[in-house]
Design a protein around this ligand. Sequence first.
Ligand code: HEC
Length: 148
Amino acid sequence: MNPSIRTTLLALTCLSALGIVGSRVGARAQEEQPQDRTLSMFMQAKLDHSKDVLEGLTVADFDQIVQGAQALRQLAENELWRVSPNMTYVRYTEEFIRLTEALEQQGREKNIDGATLNYVNLTINCVNCHKFVRDQRVTVLDPETLRR
Ligand code: HEC
């Protein structure tokens, strides 16, 4: 066999083997995802409250900003939030708490520009933590503990 054909065949065999391994790992990661609706609804509440804050910002309703920021911070204090003891997850959580507290404060001070900037920072924090969670599959909760 021509050596370059042999190299190509070898490379193809390696690639397909990798593909098989890759898809098995993928399938296992999917099985491990928590399917529990309680956790899903809890996480979904973050989106609802951040939409409230956005609405408050757009119409300069400072009570709505303050209430949305408080509701967000309270979620971070809930045990359902602590799906991972991972240090990076904890840091994103601390940042989330710091930003929601600042947002609440700026809402009280009727500081629309500061609150808007903070809302953007908060959105970046959401996206970054989700990127991290997707990459790591950090959730460690036993699904049984979530069933009510
Ligand atoms: C410290 C990390 C962290 C931060 C910060 C964070 N989230 Fe999440 N979020 C999670 C985790 C963990 C899940 C669950 C992923 C899973 O099911 O495996 C999740 C899931 C979600 C979901 C999906 C719920 C569903 O339908 O299953 C939404 C929506 C969401 N988050 C919105 C937000 C919003 C909006 C913010 C910012 C205001 C935010 N999150 C900030 C960690 C975070």
